[in-house]
Unconditional design. Structure first.
Length: 108
């Protein structure tokens, strides 16, 4: 007669990998948070720099624009189905805009 061991056998250890959906969501979150902030800051600063009005009014207009752009970009990052399009547009606004601001320099 065969004797049955009463102790349960532990399941084999399985190494978990991140799924592509998790990596895609992490990339979207970083693009929405950091890239959206950068794009909103660059657009607001460019507007404040290029408007031909007094500095105070231009700064306020740029600040108001940035408060509208940041949530819009953040929401759009999760609505758009293609991650490449999201990253290209958001970082395509932020990086060349920052280069343009650097090239323009301080407002006289």
């Amino acid at each position: 007669m065969q004797r049955i061991d009463p102790r349960p056998v532990p399941p084999p250890r399985v190494r978990r990998r991140l799924r592509p959906a998790a990596l895609s969501m992490a990339a979207r979150c970083l693009t929405a948070l950091i890239g959206g902030y950068a794009a909103a800051a660059v657009l607001g600063t460019l507007l404040a720099r290029l408007l031909p009005i007094a500095r105070v009014e231009a700064t306020v207009a740029g600040l108001i624009l940035s408060f509208l752009v940041y949530p819009a970009v953040g929401l759009w990052c999760f609505v758009e189905p293609r991650l490449a399009r999201v990253a290209l547009l958001v970082w395509g606004i932020a990086l060349p805009g920052a280069a343009l601001l650097w090239w323009l320099g301080l407002r006289p």
